[in-house]
Structure formats: structure tokens, C-alpha cells
Design a protein around this ligand. Structure first.
Ligand SMILES: [Zn+2]
Length: 136
């Protein structure tokens, strides 16, 4: 009798064999110890991976330490990245507004009095001759 491919046995253990293959596998392993053993091994492997049977329960102490970690993790992840950059942006905006309010607009600069003062200063000889020539 022809033995079954490992592929078919593996698919059967995974529950992924087609209906026709399933009938063939069941019929064959009833009479073939070798394939029955191979199928057992595939099934055990599948269970060990957690795909076939139920997952083993999580140890209590592990679950407790995970539960203890979770709120802190969530709080750190949710709060810190949200309010800190927002606060920084708000402060930057406030600082920008404050600086803009403090500085007069260019057209509001008292140019005439400044120029008059400069010329008075230059005429008084406070500047070196070189600057006086250049300023005139
Ligand atoms: Zn066989």
C-alpha cells in the first residue's frame, strides 16, 4: 500500500486537508502504524505551537506583572506625547505674539528724528573725516 505524503499528513493535522484527502488519511492511518505515528507527531507539533489545541494558561505571576505594567505604559504613551508638544507650540506662539507686539512695525520707526540726530552727530565732528565724507 502507498504511504501518504508528509504534506498531506501535515495538512490533515492542521485541519487544512481537503475532504477527499481527509477520508484517505483516516482510512490509511487505521492500517499503517508508520503514517499514524507521523500524523501523531504532526499533531503534537501543531499543539505545541498553539495552533491546534488551546493555548496553555498564562502563569498568574506573569499576568499580574503584565497587568501592573499596562496602566503605566498606557499613561506614558498617551499623555506625554500629547500635551508636551502642544504646550511647547502654545508657548512658542505666545512668545511670537509677545515679540511682535513689542516691536513696532517698520513704517512706525521714527526715521526723521533719527536721521536728524545722525547729521547733528556727524556735523559736530564726532565721526572721523572718512565717515563724514561717506555719510554726505
Ligand atoms: Zn503509511
Amino acid at each position: 500500500m502507498n504511504c501518504l505524503d508528509d504534506e498531506i499528513l501535515s495538512a490533515y493535522a492542521d485541519g487544512e486537508a481537503r475532504p477527499g484527502e481527509r477520508v484517505r488519511v483516516r482510512a490509511h492511518v487505521r492500517g499503517c502504524a508508520g503514517c499514524a505515528r507521523t500524523l501523531d507527531e504532526f499533531s503534537a507539533f501543531k499543539r505545541a505551537l498553539g495552533g491546534g489545541g488551546e493555548a496553555p494558561p498564562m502563569p498568574d505571576d506573569l499576568r499580574e506583572s503584565l497587568e501592573a505594567l499596562r496602566p503605566r505604559e498606557a499613561a506614558r504613551r498617551e499623555r506625554a506625547p500629547l500635551w508636551r508638544p502642544m504646550l511647547a507650540v502654545a508657548l512658542a506662539c505666545l512668545a511670537g505674539l509677545f515679540l511682535c507686539a513689542q516691536r513696532p512695525a517698520p513704517e512706525e520707526l521714527p526715521l526723521e528724528p533719527l536721521l536728524e540726530a545722525h547729521h547733528r552727530f556727524a556735523d559736530a565732528g564726532a565721526l572721523s573725516p572718512r565717515f563724514r565724507e561717506a555719510g554726505r
